[in-house]
Ligand binder design. Structure first.
Ligand code: GDP
Ligand code: MG
Length: 167
């Protein structure tokens, strides 16, 4: 039997936007912003047009606070999930810098925007997100909530579909 196509996805974005919460939502389907120490990635299965694929999701383990995400983190990455928080405009403004890192370390990877915390009153508009996406070559904008789980499965499935189309 052929093994399922596997893709590496990295969570990117400033501290506090909810990367670890998204990671835990995918890993254990619960709302929690503490991941086990040393845990680098978890895997999720998705089905794209009848084909089973594996998504290996990587979290930063908090080191983004010191901007010390290394080349290793991005190595062989297929997709960067650029995460911002809908209730915090500065988190979208700061994505510029993270986007530069992604362009530097993984030139050909797929980029999508993940607008997290859509259970809260938004401070960022759909237009601002769309502008960012078209300016920086992000394929799609996803609205999710790690807290309620809203949109998370859709994010995995649709990103999987984009990855299958691109590879
Ligand atoms: P990280 O620094 O990017 O890993 O962010 P965390 O996952 O540690 O989350 C930062 C804070 O945002 C924590 O207090 C989380 O409980 C909270 N948070 C994360 N995701 C959501 C969400 O979807 N909705 C709400 N309301 N809060 C969230
Ligand atoms: Mg974290």
């Amino acid at each position: 039997m052929q093994s399922a196509p596997t893709f590496k996805l990295v969570l990117i974005g400033e501290s506090g936007v909810g990367k670890t919460s998204l990671f835990m939502r995918v890993k254990e389907n619960r709302f929690c912003s503490e991941a086990a120490l040393g845990l680098e990635f978890c895997t999720a299965d998705a089905t794209v047009d009848g084909v089973r694929i594996k998504l290996a999701l990587w979290d930063t383990a908090g080191v983004e606070r010191f901007r010390t995400l290394t080349r290793n983190y991005y190595r062989h990455c297929h997709c960067a999930l650029l995460v911002c928080s809908l209730d915090d405009k500065s988190s979208l403004d700061n994505l510029h810098r993270w986007n530069q890192d992604v362009d530097f370390y993984c030139k050909d990877c797929l980029k999508v925007i993940v607008a997290n915390k859509n259970d809260l009153q938004p401070e960022v508009s759909a237009e601002q997100l769309q502008n960012f996406a078209s300016t920086f070559g992000c394929k799609q904008v996803f609205y999710v909530s790690a807290k309620t789980g809203d949109g998370v499965q859709q994010l995995l499935t649709d990103t999987g579909r984009l990855l299958m189309g691109a590879h």
